[in-house]
Design a protein around this ligand. Structure first.
Ligand code: SF4
Ligand code: SF4
Length: 342
C-alpha cells in the first residue's frame, strides 16, 4: 500500500481543490456541541478532530428514505440514479468497518442495485480518531484502526497526516503537489499512533473477544437479563436509527391524491419497533421487548460474525448515547460473560 505524508496546513487547499472539481464533498461539521456529516459548502467548515458524529456516513450511501420506483398505472420506472462522484471526508475507522459490513450485506445474494450505485460513486477518506468519545468501545471490537475499506486513510502525526492510499480512486483525488514521501521518523510516529489507538478506548471494553461472542450469546439465549431489558427498554428504536451497521428497511407505496400513480420507496426500519415484527397476516413474531432486545444483540454479536466474519457492532457507542433507558452493549455483553465466569 502506498504511503505518503501531507501537512496539516494542506487540508484546506486539498478540500478547496475537491470542492472545485465538481464532486459532491461530504465532511463533518460542528452543530453546537455535536458533529454531523453534511455536504460541505466551504473547505474551512470541515472538522477533522471530532469525537463522534450524531449519525454515521451510512445515511449518504443508504439514505433514510429512498425512492425505488415511480409508477403511473401499471407502468413503473426507476428514478434516474445520481452519477456525480462523491467524497466523504474524515470517516473514523469504526464507521469504515461498518461500511465494509454493509458492502458485504448488500452484495450478498440478490445484490441491491440502489446501495451498490451509491457506493460505486463514493470515495472514502478515513481519519484515525484523535479525540475518543465517551461511549466508544471500538478497540475491544477490533475496529479502532483499519487496514482496508478506505480509498485514502489519514493518521494525525506531528504537524501532518500520514497517508495510506487504498485505491486508484483515492490516488486520483490526492493533491499531487502537496503530498510527500514520509521520513523514517514519520513512519515510526504512524506505527506508534496505531498502537495508541488500541489503548485509547481502554476504559470501555467488551471483555469477551469478538470471535467468542457467538458462543457466549448462544449459551445465554434464556438468560434473565433479556427479561430485565424488557422492563427498561422503551421500544423507541433510537438505537437502530443511529447504528452504522443496521440496514433493515420497510417498503411502502405513496399514492397521488387522484390515485393516478405514485412512488414506491424504502425507509429505515428497526428491530426494536413492534411493527417491524408484524407480518402480512397480522401476527407479531417478537411481541415482547425481551425477545426484540435479544434479537438485536444476537444480530450484533452472533449472526453477522457467523455469516460475514465481521462484528455487527463496531463499538461506536452511538446507541448508548441516545438510549433514554441507558441500555449499553458493553454492559449487556459483559453481564453475560460475568454469569459465565461465576
Ligand atoms: S434506544 Fe434504548 S429504549 Fe430505545 S429501543 Fe433502543 S434499547 Fe430500547
Ligand atoms: S450497536 Fe451501538 S455501539 Fe454497536 S455499532 Fe450499533 S450504535 Fe454503535
Amino acid at each position: 500500500m502506498e504511503e505518503l505524508v501531507i501537512s496539516k496546513d494542506s487540508m484546506v487547499p486539498w478540500l478547496t481543490e475537491l470542492l472545485a472539481s465538481g464532486r459532491e464533498v461530504i465532511g463533518v461539521k460542528k452543530h453546537r456541541k455535536r458533529y454531523r456529516f453534511e455536504k460541505l459548502e466551504k473547505p474551512g467548515e470541515a472538522v477533522l478532530d471530532y469525537d463522534v458524529t450524531l449519525q454515521s456516513p451510512k445515511k449518504f450511501i443508504f439514505p433514510p428514505r429512498e425512492d425505488l420506483i415511480a409508477f403511473s398505472g401499471p407502468e413503473g420506472k426507476r428514478p434516474q440514479a445520481e452519477k456525480t462522484e462523491r467524497v466523504i471526508f474524515g470517516v473514523h475507522p469504526y464507521d469504515l468497518h461498518a461500511i465494509s459490513l454493509l458492502d458485504a450485506v448488500f452484495n450478498d445474494g440478490e445484490k441491491d442495485p440502489y446501495y451498490l450505485e451509491q457506493r460505486a460513486r463514493t470515495i472514502l477518506v478515513g481519519i484515525d480518531v484523535s479525540k475518543p468519545s465517551l461511549n466508544a468501545f471500538c478497540a475491544s471490537m477490533g475496529t479502532a484502526t483499519v487496514e482496508e475499506g478506505f480509498d485514502v486513510m489519514l493518521t494525525p502525526i506531528e504537524g501532518a497526516y500520514f497517508v495510506r492510499v487504498g485505491s486508484a480512486a483515492g490516488r486520483k483525488i490526492l493533491p499531487k503537489k502537496l503530498v510527500k514521501t514520509p521520513t523514517d521518523n514519520q513512519r515510526a510516529q504512524f506505527h506508534n499512533e496505531q498502537e495508541k489507538a488500541q489503548v485509547r478506548f481502554a476504559l470501555n471494553r467488551v471483555e469477551t473477544p469478538v470471535k467468542e461472542l457467538p458462543a457466549l450469546l448462544e449459551k445465554h439465549q434464556h438468560h434473565p437479563m433479556w427479561e430485565e431489558l424488557e422492563k427498561r427498554c422503551l421500544g423507541c428504536g433510537s438505537c437502530n436509527l443511529v447504528c452504522p451497521t443496521c440496514y433493515c428497511f420497510d417498503v411502502k407505496d405513496e399514492m397521488a391524491l387522484d390515485l393516478s400513480g405514485g412512488v414506491r420507496y424504502r425507509s429505515w426500519d428497526g428491530c426494536l419497533l413492534k411493527d417491524f415484527t408484524r407480518v402480512g397476516s397480522g401476527e407479531i413474531f417478537r411481541e415482547s421487548l425481551a425477545h426484540r432486545n435479544r434479537h438485536r444483540f444476537f444480530r450484533k454479536g452472533k449472526y453477522m460474525i457467523e455469516k460475514y466474519q465481521k462484528p455487527g457492532c463496531v463499538g461506536c457507542g452511538r446507541c448508548t448515547t441516545h438510549c433514554l433507558a441507558d441500555i449499553n452493549p458493553v454492559e449487556v455483553f459483559n453481564a453475560l460473560a460475568q454469569k459465565e465466569a461465576q
